[in-house]
Design a protein around this ligand. Structure first.
Ligand code: ZN
Length: 546
């Protein structure tokens, strides 16, 4: 028999923050679950960014199988190198929605990143981050939003800062974060309350064996206000942030109460969080050391037209109309940055957050680095130089560089960087990988970006057979196999993750039926028009990601 499982995602949740909040009595429900259940660190993917990490959670596989390595996916197509936004159509491994459909089980999925575009077979679904816009068909069944609206629920994917509000990002954020970040919190609270109302309504009114939902509040608060909320003393923004955490704790309590004792509750985050000291601009760095070259003013007609329209101050609406009137033009506008690269003189380029790809002959469309000895020496040289990067005080800022074959046991993937770098925690710099206009390789960062991701996320598992107070250390791809174990469902023979048996009592483990593993098919979601990606780019820019 399938046991019900509720998977509650708290995007960006970190024990660095939650331990403090539990100590101060701000999160009593979470504290209770930590006592009654098993908990610990959930190691994220490398790179530890939202689309990659959630893809691993949704598939139970590492990035080498689902092939999502960042916000974008690269393709050699039509004689060019194009960069498209990552979404489910580009994921190569079956998702939990696919598996549930093939098992004939019912699930509800709300606001999970990387679930767009939704399919009819998904059951009840509203997609999350990486959805092009709230105007796209982001939910199923078709009357889902009407159903929620009829109950007074104004369901939204994300805060509106990330949406279509116009103007310079710095100005927008300035207004948003002024006066104790009043507007930001008003927006964030509204999104979260509507999400909770939708969860409680759907929990009670629809059938489900698995309910998954992601709340994005912690991630957003920590990006903008990490320093503010972690320093001593009081401030209006810190008070509002604490109120939001307390509210989310209430959500945890209300969900736990409603699922009752027969179901398991799994709480997890996709990555942790910490301080940001400044930015590292890898493209600028690669250019400085002679690995990367740019075509001067050789822009594509589409990009040129776009920049002219922008200079003339033509409204976005009109531009959108102009762009839509010519589909091929709109299609050209989607690629982000690759049109600038002078491939004949580029040996390596920054590709996704904290990843570098080498331009290899025979593999890459315009490859110039010979496979074999030359490729190996380029990789070693880049690794050594990255490890030697120093900040203004002469301190090293990169703690590790991984070649993809060492990290994931594969190489030469069309979608992947060849090497990944991780910053030292105490000298962390976030990487704006495709920024080329920065004045230097490093800067002191943006006033509005106080925090950024860390690899160590959180996990809490409470339910039948769990050893109370048990501590664990898990990887994000372990979550789905463990849920399937608790539900007595056949494991996917593609899973890289393992069942976290150590969190259950031996008696429980010995009584759980384990059907033999099987294979599942990756569903083929209808590809959204690639031109939709423009909207996501705008939104990600609004959140400061790209
Ligand atoms: Zn995230």
């Amino acid at each position: 028999m399938t046991r019900k499982v509720f998977l509650l995602g708290l995007d960006g949740a970190t024990w660095r923050m939650l331990d403090v909040l539990m100590d101060r009595g701000v999160m009593p429900n979470l504290e209770g679950l930590v006592r009654r259940g098993a908990s610990g660190v959930l190691n994220s993917t490398i790179p530890y960014v939202t689309p990659v990490a959630w893809s691993s959670l949704l598939t139970g596989t590492r990035p080498s199988k689902h092939r999502i390595f960042g916000y974008t996916v690269m393709e050699n197509r039509e004689g060019r190198v194009l960069s498209f936004l990552a979404n489910r159509t580009r994921m190569k491994a079956p998702t939990v929605m696919d598996m549930y459909h093939q098992l004939g089980r019912s699930m509800i999925s709300l606001n999970m990143p990387m679930t767009y575009p939704p399919r009819e077979e998904d059951g009840v679904i509203a997609t999350g981050m990486m959805t092009p816009s709230s105007e796209s068909r982001f939910f199923h069944p078709p009357d889902l939003m009407d159903e929620l609206r009829a109950r007074g629920i104004d369901y939204r994917i994300d805060i509106s800062l990330a949406g279509k509000e116009q103007g310079d990002l710095e100005d927008r954020l300035g207004a948003y974060l002024a006066d104790g970040a009043a507007r930001f919190f008003e927006d964030l609270d509204g999104v979260a309350r509507a999400r909770e109302a939708a969860v409680l309504h759907l929990m009670a009114s629809k059938e489900w064996d698995l309910f998954q939902v992601n709340f994005i509040g912690m991630d957003r608060i920590q990006h903008y206000l990490w320093r503010e909320i972690t320093r001593d003393g009081e401030s209006a923004a810190k008070r509002r942030a604490y109120e939001h955490y307390a509210y989310l704790d209430g959500v945890i309590g209300r969900i736990a109460e409603r699922i009752g004792s027969g179901a398991a509750l799994v709480i997890c985050s996709d990555h942790g969080f910490g301080d940001v000291r400044g930015n590292f601009y890898p493209t600028v760095w690669l250019k400085n050391i002679g690995y990367y070259a740019e075509v001067g003013d050789r822009r594509t007609p589409a990009l040129l037209l776009k920049s002219i329209l922008k200079k003339l101050g033509i409204s976005r609406k009109l531009r959108a109309a102009l762009e839509k009137s010519d589909k091929s033009l709109a299609k050209k506008l989607i690629y982000i940055g690759t049109s600038k690269v002078d491939w004949k003189h580029t040996r390596a380029y920054a590709y996704v957050t904290n990843g570098i790809r080498i331009n290899v002959r025979g593999r890459d469309q315009f490859g110039i680095v010979e496979p074999g000895a030359e490729l190996e020496s380029v990789k070693r040289d880049l690794r050594d130089r990255l490890l030697g990067l120093e900040d203004e005080n002469g301190e090293r800022i990169v703690k590790a560089v991984h070649f993809i074959e060492d990290l994931y046991g594969v190489s030469g993937l069309e979608e992947a960087p060849d090497l990944f770098f991780e910053f030292d925690d105490d000298h962390f710099h976030t990487a704006y990988y495709n920024v080329t206009q920065a004045p230097g390789v490093l800067d002191k960062g943006y006033s509005w970006r106080q925090g950024d991701h860390r690899r160590d996320g959180i996990v809490v598992i409470a339910g039948e057979g769990v050893v109370p107070g048990k501590k664990m250390n898990a990887d994000i791809e372990d979550i789905l196999p463990t849920i399937f174990f608790m539900q007595r469902l056949p494991q996917n023979d593609l899973f890289d993750g393992r069942v976290l048996e150590e969190v259950f009592t031996p008696e429980y483990v010995s009584t759980v039926d384990r059907p033999p593993p099987r294979s599942y098919e990756a569903g083929r979601p209808e590809g959204p028009g690639d031109e939709d990606s423009e909207e996501v780019v705008d939104r990600l820019k609004g959140l400061g990601y790209i």
